[in-house]
Design a protein around this ligand. Structure first.
Ligand SMILES: Cc1ncc(COP(=O)(O)O)c(C=O)c1O
Length: 281
């Protein structure tokens, strides 16, 4: 028999089969909550503080009480151990919802729901990292103040990703309502142009942890990751283009909207090295 999967529901570490969230939970009813996805390498969660900071900021902005007195490192340690995930690469999801509370608006709830679960992460192959991912442009534009938060209202991004998959691509590029380039459905963008690095200055893109860490790493090396408003043709003409998120790390883009993008293997390795070094602390 397979070992059971364990998850944290609030303060209890329980087998998944016994984990219960009320149907009255506002995370279920309205997507009234936020989540974080972290990469874990050999039991070591990467950039945990940065992820918790983003979750805390979103909770505060939407008046969800952020749990206090939680030893996050210890919780993740116990979760990973219970699931046999102390070796190899794993993905951890931290979800925080408002819990059960009636009324529209953002009612106060004394008991938010905190769920933490872990699973093995089937990372893309080395070949994929070498040949890159094709990316298509999602036709529905998005500008929403929700874009800056990793909310449980993720349907727009799931639809965008599916649009890409349906066309044999791996990621969808999201444009802002004004047509400027924003981000991927589940990734931030890094652009290389004339020996400079850029990421879109976009009104409603998620502030990505990976991009922030890369900016820090580049700074240490005397380089900048500049935020600039970018159009689709500008990005399609880039010297190089990469997708970045916590699980993937840095993945080169092989084509965008049917136009091929040069693969700059050396820069891919450089950016991946920057991230790895920051992860080691
Ligand atoms: C819409 C969106 N943009 C960007 C990212 C990258 O964020 P991070 O680097 O914090 O994982 C994600 C992560 O899944 C995302 O969902």
């Amino acid at each position: 028999m397979e070992n059971p999967v364990f998850v944290w529901i609030n303060d209890d570490l329980v087998p998944l089969s016994l984990a219960r969230v009320s149907v009255e939970d506002r995370g279920f009813l309205y997507g009234d909550g936020f989540f974080e996805t972290l990469r874990v390498e050999d039991g070591h969660p990467l950039f945990l503080e940065e992820h918790l900071e983003r979750l805390r900021a979103s909770a505060q902005a939407f008046r969800i009480i952020f749990p206090v007195g939680v030893d996050w490192q210890e919780r993740l340690d116990r979760l990973l151990a219970a699931n046999g995930l102390k070796a190899g690469v794993a993905a951890v999801k931290i979800l925080l919802t408002r819990g059960v509370a009636s009324g529209l608006g953002l009612p106060e709830s004394a008991s938010p729901t905190l769920v933490i679960w872990a699973r093995p992460y089937p990372a893309p192959s080395l070949e994929e990292y070498a040949t890159g991912w094709p990316v298509v442009v999602f036709p529905e534009r998005r500008t929403s103040f929700m874009g800056g938060h990793k909310s449980l209202n993720y349907l727009f991004y799931l639809a965008a990703r599916q649009y890409a998959l349906d066309q044999g691509a791996r990621e969808a590029l999201i444009l802002e309502a004004d047509g400027l380039v924003s981000e991927g459905a589940a990734t931030s963008l890094i652009i290389a142009q004339n020996d400079r690095f850029f990421t879109p200055a976009a009104a409603s893109a998620l502030p990505g942890v990976t991009v922030a860490v890369l900016a820090r790493a580049l700074k240490r090396r005397g380089k900048n990751l500049e935020h600039a408003p970018l159009t689709l043709p500008e990005v399609q003409e880039a010297d190089g283009l990469w997708l970045a998120n916590s699980l993937l790390g840095v993945m080169p883009v092989s084509s965008l909207g049917g136009k091929s993008v040069p693969l700059m293997a050396e820069i891919t390795r450089f950016l991946q090295g920057c991230l790895a070094q920051e992860a080691r602390g």
